[in-house]
Ligand binder design. Structure first.
Ligand code: SF4
Ligand code: MG
Length: 314
């Protein structure tokens, strides 16, 4: 998958195209039915753009996304609409997309009007049902968005995504705006809903402890690339890529009692407008070799399902 954004000069389009930001440079991943795939990285690593491009909320620059043998990027408008029923997205702040003048019940009925042709009564039944499933009640049907707390709004966001019975939910930082105490409630709810609805999650977050708690497999992103991917237990037991090692070292170990030495990276994440040559991490990597500035490291399978792109492992 590739997604580049053109960057224009000081006078917008008239200033001409100055370059492009390779927000998603080279992302390859598989999502298996029923799993939770955690996509983790610092802000600006391209995680959200990956999620949005999969759904074609932004048009891709290249690559393909296959869902049930269909290429989403080649699909007609009508097919895309159907795909959007099967693949839903949940955002960090659902409030911004909840119409303040509409009652919750009506907001939750909208996806059913768009994606199904069930009767008015049936719609109402389904909304009552989904409200209960996300831990709200029938009485909330008549309330307005401002009457809810942050955690409750995220429950509404989940209800809106799930009311059409999707197969995949792309969750983009769904708990990052919530208080820590509320975070765990919503995460537990996400896990319960996954079982109830047989959902597959692509879970996007910068929060290592969240990704560790919820994921079956994890992909680590840096400047638009997945630099390492593996099963949760493998990647935490033995992170291979120097970036993963640094990222994970910031989180205290909860088991084994051992202390992990914190690896502090030098410098900032480079601008994606002018990314480093070779291995994009070489400007900050404590182990950089001569060839790292020149050659792009290729993804290599180190053990089953555990991939890394780094010259140290060649
Ligand atoms: Fe570091 Fe080189 Fe590996 Fe990149 S390829 S992470 S610079 S050792
Ligand atoms: Mg983001």
């Amino acid at each position: 998958l590739k997604k580049y954004f053109p960057v224009t000069g000081p006078f917008g389009r008239l200033g001409g195209i100055k370059g492009q930001v390779k927000a998603v440079n080279d992302v390859t991943l598989k999502l298996y039915e029923g799993e939770t795939y955690g996509l983790v990285g610092e802000s600006g690593s391209g995680k959200s753009t990956t999620g949005r491009t999969i759904l074609r909320l932004t048009e891709p620059t290249g690559g393909k996304v296959l869902f049930q043998d269909k290429d989403i990027f080649q699909a007609s408008k009508k097919e895309v609409r159907r795909l959007r029923k099967d693949i839903q997205m949940v955002f960090q702040d659902p409030y911004s997309s909840l119409n303040p003048r509409k009652r919750i019940g009506k907001i939750l009925e909208e996806p059913l009007i768009i994606h199904t042709n069930v009767s008015k009564n049936e719609r109402r039944e389904r909304v009552f049902d989904i409200l209960e499933k996300v831990g709200l009640g029938m009485e909330h049907y008549y309330r307005f968005p401002h009457e809810f707390s942050g955690g409750q709004r995220q429950r509404i966001g989940l209800a809106r995504a799930l009311v059409v019975n999707p197969k995949i939910v792309i969750c983009d930082e769904p708990v990052s705006a919530l208080d820590v105490s509320i975070q765990s409630q919503v995460i537990n709810l996400l896990q319960k809903l996954q079982d109830d609805f047989h959902l597959t999650y692509l879970f996007i977050t910068h929060d290592i402890s969240v990704v560790r708690h919820i994921s079956d497999r994890i992909g680590v992103m840096y400047l638009g690339n997945i630099v390492e991917e593996g099963r949760n237990e493998d990647i935490f037991a033995k992170p291979l890529h120097p970036y993963t090692q640094a990222l994970f070292s910031a989180v205290p170990r909860t088991n084994r009692g051992g202390k992990r030495e914190r690896i502090v990276l030098k410098g900032e994440i480079p601008s994606p407008l002018n990314p480093p040559s070779g291995c994009m991490f070489h400007t900050r990597c404590p182990f950089a070799l001569e060839k790292c500035r020149i050659e792009v490291p290729q993804r290599k399978e180190m053990k089953q399902d555990h991939y890394v792109a780094c010259h140290l492992y060649e």
